[in-house]
Ligand binder design. Structure first.
Ligand code: SF4
Length: 424
């Protein structure tokens, strides 16, 4: 979502007459887009702001701005840590950026401004600037109503609002015209997309009929809201990729309840069984969190047990850090840091075993790969992705966006390697 927001802000500023430079020293304006999901990301952004503050002291005309979730959540901390910042703009305020930046540039603003957000904002009439590439990220909704107890997102990105389906289709048609063969539909919980009586699976139907669109992916799905209808759409296949990111977070029902995830482990596993029965070649990835307040060794063992039961194709693994303002931040953060680190390492090792196995199981299979670019390591090969998202190397020369059918011959690290059998 932050990549997409960065493209939105770039599109907004380019259409207002600004240009882009690759060197910080050449810029009149530097905007840092930030993430608040984890403490580590916030600390890195503050460090970057401190070093840009040094640049601003050398080049006082520079306008330095902070965007994104930290701008919404930590205005006082930002000002204390990086007093050289000129403007702070949260995720719903970007529409005003060109005007406010110009005021800063011509000196008609005071030292500092906080840009007010619009809680209903969906940026629907703004075209993001994506450059060239394969995949176009596209927000179909913003915000989240779930309030999982550990998560800062609803506090900084506000309540759910879905975009008009006609606007989404227009933006996808334009991205196809610009040369993007693939789209990833984005939302904090895409399964709860709703416009009048049109749900996510029906939106997916409409998107799948966009002429020239070769692949559709979507992120993120909440296990509770994953519907039978969506599974039926995935069975139909076509340009809807056989891949699903379904964050489970934990394997213990007690911890899932404390996290306010609103599903049980057995409900989650039964959805996975249904998905795999319906779409046998589907790749299922997940998010896992260890060291949540109150997590015992027994709870954690249940997470390891779940990883073994589901055999995720890949997983994003994290250790818990409290996010001020969330319900979990009021609970005692009672798992010692060393224990969190140790559990994280065990979780990573187990997930790695299953993701390695999942790649090895691909050997001998025929897959379709969407070509992206010449391999950075070997100019006689191209790199692309399978429908289920695996990076694949292929000998020969291709066009960006070309679909190539190949047989997987071996696994090289995190990539597959295969020879073409038929060019589509
Ligand atoms: S559904 Fe996702 S974004 Fe929404 S509160 Fe839960 S973890 Fe955060």
């Amino acid at each position: 979502m932050n990549v997409y927001d960065g493209e939105l802000v770039t599109g907004l500023l380019l259409s207002d007459g600004f240009g882009i430079t690759q060197e910080a020293e050449d810029a009149d304006v530097i905007l840092i887009n930030t993430c608040s999901v984890r403490d580590h990301a916030e600390q890195r952004a503050l460090g970057r702001l401190r070093s840009l503050g040094a640049l601003k002291r050398k080049q006082p005309h520079l306008v330095l701005g902070v965007l994104g979730c930290m701008a919404e959540r930590m205005q006082e901390t930002i000002l204390k840590t990086a007093p050289d910042v000129d403007l702070i703009a949260g995720p719903d305020s970007y529409r005003q950026l060109p005007e406010i930046i110009r005021k800063h540039l011509n000196g008609s603003f005071g030292k500092f401004s906080i840009v007010p957000g619009d809680a209903g904002e969906d940026f629907t009439d703004i075209m993001p600037s994506r450059g060239n590439g394969i995949n176009a990220y596209m927000a179909i909704m913003r915000g989240c109503n779930n309030y999982c107890s550990y998560c800062i997102v609803p506090h900084v990105r506000g309540r759910e609002r879905s975009r008009h389906p006609d606007d989404i289709i227009i933006e996808i048609e334009r991205s196809v015209e610009e040369g993007f063969p693939e789209v990833t539909l984005l939302g904090q919980n895409v399964n709860s997309y709703k416009w009048s009586d049109l749900g996510f699976h029906e939106l997916l139907d409409r998107v799948s009929r966009v002429s020239g669109l070769k692949r559709i992916r979507f992120l993120t799905s909440h296990p509770r809201d994953l519907s039978e209808e969506l599974i039926e759409r995935m069975v139909m296949g076509g340009n809807i990729c056989p891949s699903l990111h379904l964050p489970v977070q934990a394997g213990s029902d007690r911890i899932l309840k404390l996290m306010k995830r609103r599903y049980t482990r057995s409900e989650y596993v039964s959805k996975i069984h249904k998905l795999r029965e319906a779409v046998p070649d589907i790749a299922i990835t997940t998010d896992l969190l260890c060291g949540f307040p109150g997590e015992t060794e027994n709870d954690f063992q249940q997470t390891l047990d779940l990883i073994g039961e589901v055999r995720f194709d890949d997983a994003f693994t994290f250790k818990y850090s409290p996010r001020p303002g969330t319900a979990a931040a009021a609970m005692e953060d009672d798992v010692p840091e060393a224990e969190k680190v140790e559990r994280l390492e065990r979780m990573i090792a187990l997930c790695r075993k299953y993701s390695d196995n999942s790649r090895k199981e691909m050997i001998g299979r025929e897959v379709e790969v969407l070509m992206e670019s010449v391999s950075p390591k070997n100019a006689s090969e191209w790199t692309g992705r399978t429908g289920c998202g695996r990076v694949t190397l292929v000998p020969g020369a291709y066009k960006q966006g070309q679909l190539v059918r190949l047989k997987v011959e071996k696994v090289l690290g995190f990539s597959l390697w295969g020879n073409p059998v038929l060019t589509v």
